[in-house]
Design a protein around this ligand. Structure first.
Ligand code: C2O
Ligand code: CU
Length: 480
């Protein structure tokens, strides 16, 4: 998660450079999975006319994904059954032959409290092995659903994951085998761990964003081992919110709505923007104090929480933003509209936490260098998964991690089973404390992290652009 204070929307010379670089990169074979070149805005006049004329709108109404119902009567235990199976569902009026958990895309939202135990029975009714990986949660290593240890859950079999929700936040779950194809097909859901210290909003909405047409749909049901990840035309990218294209969200003036946003796309970034943004949490829970950024970049795998203080209607947009360099040319795209009459509202009172970032002690305990692409593999420290050297971090000690990106595309750095604090980006300390499990590392950028690894085991560490991950950009960190 990365937020910008005052990034103007008008194209500037810096943007021009990024856009030119992006176009150049698209011409080369360097960016197999990250070539999201700027383009002209899609013709959207019909939809605009709907709102302008007040004619009855055909835009769908947005609701949160259906929540899982606890199937265990015991207090403090949440039992859910997730059936992964082929499913046909609609995206923008067209039938998609994909996969779904319990027939719904996104899958059921699992909502628990801190300290609750989750038991999730995964029934695999797919033709390929699958897993459920609990992205961002500090689960026991054997429950991580990482897939590489045991080959995952075989077709026609079931497995029960058991773990305790140790800290609050907005997390998500997705398979970790043949990950690009399975996530793209529709296997992703949200897991909310509620914080008892949070103020009660008038309403809460979960927004799971996914980008379609990232890949050639013909690749979708090819078997494991095939290349699912050849990009067709990335400028075709179509965003859905909880499976809906450009929905509207009716609200009432005065409402305070808690928004939990997840970017479940394989390769496409969001640069979310709307008037009077109020950011209250990132990957790993509440900020020390709410912030008012002008836009928030969510890389694939990233989450953020916001408060909508409804005083009028507004559009939620994504600004032109590319993995091959960041802010770009083009018009913002509308993702959804919040519809409301004008009226007064008072923001929620969020309890103050520690907003001061940790100090960088200056030493580096672990260095990760991300590079590669082109016709070769995507590499971490010159190695491609699974031929990797396992590095070690001491349990319950502070480990300073430096991530350097030497390649021509951004990489969202993700570490399983732990959380970390961001110390600095290119030597500039972060202005406020950020606790994350996924952090975007820009082209030629160096990001320094404070990892206090408190969860023993061997943990995957990888780029969350799924094509890069499968192209080799993944390694293991041992915590002991
Ligand atoms: Cu969501 Cu290994 O990742
Ligand atoms: Cu990457």
């Amino acid at each position: 998660m990365y937020s910008r204070g005052h990034a103007g929307r008008a194209a500037s010379p810096a943007h021009a450079g990024a856009a030119a670089a992006a176009r150049l990169a698209c011409l080369s074979a360097l960016l197999l999975a990250a070539c999201n070149a700027p383009k002209d805005a899609p013709a959207d006049t019909d939809r605009a006319a709907d709102t302008d004329t007040g004619a009855p709108s055909e835009r769908p109404i947005l609701t949160s994904p259906a929540e899982a119902v606890d199937q265990d009567p015991a207090e403090g235990v949440f039992h859910v059954e997730l059936r992964a199976a082929p499913a046909t569902y609609e995206v923008d009026g067209a039938a998609v032959d994909g996969y779904a958990w319990n027939g719904q895309v996104p899958g059921p939202t699992i909502r628990v409290g801190v300290g609750d135990t989750v038991t999730a029975l995964l029934q695999n009714d797919l033709a390929d092995p699958t897993t459920a990986h609990w992205h961002g949660l500090r689960v026991p290593a054997a429950m991580d659903g990482a897939g590489w240890v045991d080959g995952g859950v075989a077709p026609g079999t079931a497995y029960t994951y058991t773990f305790t929700a140790t800290s609050p936040g907005t997390f998500w779950y997705h398979p970790h085998l043949d990950v690009g194809a399975q996530v793209d097909a529709g296997l992703y859901g949200t897991l909310v761990v509620e914080d008892p210290a949070d103020p009660a909003p008038d309403r809460e909405v979960v927004l799971v964003f996914d980008a379609w047409n990232e890949h050639d749909p013909a690749d979708l049901d090819a078997g494991a081992g095939d290349d699912h990840h050849a990009l067709t035309d990335p400028s075709n990218t179509l965003w859905t919110v909880n499976g809906l294209v450009d929905p509207r969200f009716p609200a009432t003036a005065g409402e305070r709505i808690r928004v939990r946003a997840v970017n479940a796309a394989n390769t496409s970034y969001l640069a979310l923007s709307w008037p009077d943004m109020r950011l209250v949490a990132t990957d790993q829970g509440r900020l020390g104090a709410p912030e008012s950024p002008e836009s928030v970049v969510l890389a694939p795998g990233d989450r953020a929480e916001f408060e909508w203080v409804v005083t009028r209607g507004f559009d939620v947009e994504t600004l032109p933003w590319v993995a091959s360099g960041g802010a770009a040319f083009g018009d913002p795209r509308r993702l959804l509209s919040v519809e409301a009459d004008a009226g007064a509202a008072t923001p929620l009172d969020w309890p103050a936490g520690d907003a001061t970032p940790a100090e960088d002690p200056g030493r580096t305990d672990l260095l990760y260098v991300f590079q590669g692409g082109g016709t070769g593999d995507w590499l971490i420290d010159g190695e491609a998964w699974p031929d990797v050297t396992v590095k070690t971090a001491a349990l319950d000690a502070d480990t300073i991690v430096e991530v350097r990106n030497l390649s021509a595309t951004n990489h969202p750095f993700h570490l399983h089973g732990q959380r970390f604090e961001v110390l600095s980006v290119d030597g500039v300390p972060v202005p406020a404390r950020r606790v994350e499990d996924t952090v975007d590392v820009g082209i030629r950028q160096t990001v320094r992290l404070l990892l206090h690894a408190d969860n023993p085991g061997d943990w995957l560490l990888h780029c969350h652009l799924l094509g890069h991950e499968e192209g080799g950009m993944m390694t293991l960190l041992r915590v002991e």
